[in-house]
Design a protein around this ligand. Structure first.
Ligand code: 6PG
Length: 251
């Protein structure tokens, strides 16, 4: 397997940029990273899951050897970084995507899975999910030296959005609440964690794949002001990207 090239991105947060040959090696790299993260955190490591198409292969891999046999399923708790405001069995649901790819294939205690509820009014969803997070965390204020999440997975939209923090959105400016409603998101309203909540992660991994992400990724590497470049972290930020997205011709 190709040794990933690691190029540190000089900025305030410890960031590394790893180029993988293709989507499969990217998913394997992310699976190894996620396993190491949850094993490094005792008690109840919390994972914040990304939606979208890119992480699907990762979620499917976690249900296969060797990851399925090594993952401490009984003590990992699963949360979402954002959700589309659709029923949980809707094809657009991020919860449905992860359940089908992973949770239906490995034994995860139901009480460890914390989807964003979409069976009530949008503002109520944000308030209720913030309460779920605070109850899990055991406090109403996030502490720098005690991250909420052991590991956070994020994707990158071609406009530089991540989770459902879109350029120019009010949710992107939220500095106090942990969860925000995004009523004007299209094609459907969304719910998203805010920058403070996402920053409360021991480590963050962006997964970026495909030639259509090439332009936005070069803007990221220039540190243009985009939602994804505003993501801070209590620890390290990894960018796991494939050659197609990084603009390196694949052999
Ligand atoms: C979502 C994601 C969103 C996604 C990016 C990239 O709910 O869709 O949270 O932020 O990560 O839009 O999506 P792709 O992986 O499908 O390119």
């Amino acid at each position: 397997m190709m040794v990933p090239s690691r190029v540190a991105m000089a900025n305030s947060v410890q960031t590394e940029f790893v180029v993988l040959r293709g989507p499969k090696t990217l998913a394997r790299c992310a699976a190894d990273w996620l396993l190491a993260r949850v094993l490094a955190v005792a008690e109840r490591p919390a994972v914040c899951l990304s939606g979208g198409a890119t992480p699907l292969m990762l979620y499917q891999l976690l249900a296969e050897a060797p990851w399925r046999d090594r993952f401490p399923w009984s003590r990992v708790h699963w949360f979402w970084g954002d959700e589309r405001f659709v029923p949980p069995d809707d094809p657009r649901s991020n919860y449905r995507m992860v359940r089908a790819a992973l949770f239906d294939r490995v034994g995860v205690p139901a009480e460890n899975i914390h989807p964003m509820p979409t069976d009530r009014a949008l503002p109520q969803v944000a308030a209720d999910y913030e309460r779920v997070l605070m109850q899990f965390y055991g406090a109403e204020r996030l502490l720098l030296d005690r991250p909420l999440f052991a590991a956070t997975l994020l994707g990158l939209g071609t406009d530089g959005h991540t989770a459902s923090l879109f350029p120019g959105s009010g949710a992107l400016e939220e500095e106090e609440r942990w969860v925000a409603a995004v009523p004007d998101a299209r094609p459907e309203p969304r719910i998203t964690l805010t920058l403070p909540a996402l920053a409360s992660s021991g480590e963050i991994a962006f997964l970026v794949s495909g030639a259509k992400k090439r332009d936005i990724l070069s803007q990221i590497r220039r540190h243009d002001d985009l939602p994804a470049t505003r993501i801070d972290s209590a620890g390290r930020v990894h960018w796991f990207v494939d050659r197609a997205a990084a603009g390196k011709e694949s052999h």
